[in-house]
Design a protein around this ligand. Structure first.
Ligand code: FAD
Length: 479
């Protein structure tokens, strides 16, 4: 009477309906994670996400062990591993939390069919979203293409349920005999080897369910009160930084929703509404990607297929990746990303706009770089946000809205604190020039120890020229 719990992007014990359902059978549990590398159609995880996954699995394994259970790791095709495991363990039931990528859903559907024929009950649950993508529909039954009516409909939909507590005990089933071999966390080879670029990530994060809960608590006791006013200022540290925890399901949106609503009375109301509306963007992006499963590869608005991108990508691409464009806000963001696996949302929008518009480089190239370097690299949020900036998405910013990185810096980082944090070479520049060192008087640069072209680059593109080239390219798409 063994029950299998298949962990995927729900690496937590609390508010995990799949786990609760398996436990309620009363039998011992086989807790399983499969690294599905190489499954046809699956997008391989990027480097930063692999680093996160390693630590998250380690934390989950410890949390399960502390309650008497065991997490078994496998690597390969779920369709091959799980039926064999169920048979070897004599399992009657397998439970998992639903996922929403096209190829992933196809694997899950095939497994359900396969289990049905072998008499194993396969049960799936929602734990990744407040609302399933197909539950929020327009009057005509179709999905939404615009955020505001989507979130209005979602907010009016059935109440979000109360999150479940973590179980007290997790009785472990014996390791099944047979040909299937579990693997070790080291053998999954998720960590970088040479060079070890993860030092900044280790300093910045605490992956795992406990780290996620700590982060939420600190946010609700602190930053949320100023969230609606300060969330656009990258130096203000006013955002939750919950995104990688959410990405791997170390915390679920239901838990966040309930905790925010409980904190309501503590002057956090305004920040709370805004914060939940941001979670709404995450929901909306999952809703969109359910209807556009190819969105990481394909323009949602197909007229953008005609965009005359510069191909092959010019060498300015590597200056952008390394944070050496000569525009301090861009460079600070790209260096923050490389060092910590995270970038503030406002800066993500500006660096993406710069790549797509001022450099006229295909948004998919930027999306891929983010996919590889972000700890929160998310199959729905990353492509949808890139398409939003590119103007090719469903509810997208218009292509002709081109962020000026100097003006954005002056507006959202007026005192230059964010730039100084990530580009110490510029630290001594007065505020007036911190976002445009290339325009500063030479004597002033010298006095501040800045040598353009030596310790800080000159701009790789003229903003006015880049903007004009982008608008001319857009003419080809407009028609
Ligand atoms: P908070 O402001 O504290 O927001 C709380 C949560 O709301 C976030 O954790 C996230 O789940 C959700 N959220 C906030 N803003 C957005 C948004 N614009 N779209 C969707 N959900 C949002 N977010 C990812 O989680 N993964 C990605 O791969 C990703 N790629 C992005 C790429 C680009 C070009 C841009 C412009 C944005 C991207 N975002 C992505 C959205 C957003 O930047 C991050 O979710 C946010 O910065 C995470 O920080 P936080 O948790 O402190 O956010």
């Amino acid at each position: 009477n063994t029950a299998i719990v298949w962990f995927r992007d729900d690496l937590r014990l609390a508010d995990n309906e799949a786990l609760a359902a398996a436990l309620s059978t009363g039998g011992p549990l086989l807790c399983v994670y499969i690294l599905e590398d190489g499954t046809a159609g699956f997008r391989p995880l990027g480097g930063a996400a692999r680093w996160w996954l390693h630590h998250s699995l380690q934390a989950l394994g410890q949390d399960i062990a502390a309650k008497g259970g065991r997490l078994d790791l496998f690597c390969g095709e779920a369709r091959r591993i799980l039926p064999a495991l169920a048979e070897a363990a004599g399992a009657r039931i397998i439970c998992w939390t639903r996922r929403y990528g096209g190829p992933e859903m196809a694997v899950d559907a095939a497994l359900k069919a396969q289990f049905k024929t072998s008499g194993v009950e396969a049960k799936s649950f929602n734990g990744h979203l407040l609302h399933e993508p197909w539950d929020i529909t327009r009057g005509d039954g179709h999905g939404f293409a615009v955020y505001t009516p989507y979130w209005r409909a979602a907010s009016a939909a059935a109440q979000v349920g109360e999150p479940l507590p973590a179980p007290d005990r997790l009785p472990a089933a014996p390791i099944p005999r047979g040909a299937l071999r579990t693997t070790s966390i080291e053998a999954l080879a998720l960590l970088p080897e040479k060079p070890d670029w993860a030092g900044g990530l280790r300093a910045a994060w605490r992956p795992g369910e406990n780290g996620a809960q700590e982060r939420l608590k600190a946010f609700l006791e602190g930053e949320i009160a100023s969230y609606s006013l300060e969330r656009n200022r990258p130096s203000a540290d006013a955002v939750s930084r919950l995104s990688p925890h959410l990405r791997f399901g170390e915390i679920g949106p239901r838990q966040i929703f309930a905790a925010v609503r409980t904190a309501w009375d503590n002057a956090a109301q305004k920040g709370g509404v805004k914060f939940l509306a941001e979670l709404g963007w995450r929901e909306f992006n999952y809703h969109l990607s359910f209807y556009h499963p190819d969105a990481a590869r394909q323009n949602i608005q197909r007229r953008f297929d005609k965009m005359p991108w510069r191909e092959p990508a010019p060498r300015e691409l590597s200056a952008w990746q390394r944070g050496e464009t000569g525009y301090p806000l861009i460079d600070a963001g790209m260096r923050e990303l490389w060092a910590t696996g995270y970038m503030h949302n406002r800066v993500r929008m500006v660096v993406a706009s710069f790549l797509i518009k001022h450099l006229l480089i295909d948004w998919r190239i930027g999306e891929n770089w983010f996919w590889d370097t972000l700890c929160d690299a998310d199959p729905a949020n990353n492509p949808m946000n890139w398409q939003w900036v590119a103007g090719s998405g469903a509810d997208a910013a218009p292509y002709f809205r081109i962020f000026n990185p100097v003006l954005q810096g002056e507006k959202f980082d007026a005192a230059g604190d964010y730039v100084r944090r990530w580009i110490p070479e510029l630290a001594k520049l007065p505020n007036k020039w911190i976002h445009k060192p290339f325009a500063a008087p030479p004597a002033l640069l010298r006095g501040a120890g800045v040598e353009l072209g030596k310790n800080y680059p000159r701009p790789i593109v003229d903003l006015a020229e880049g903007r004009a080239r982008a608008l001319a390219a857009f003419e080809k798409v407009k028609g």
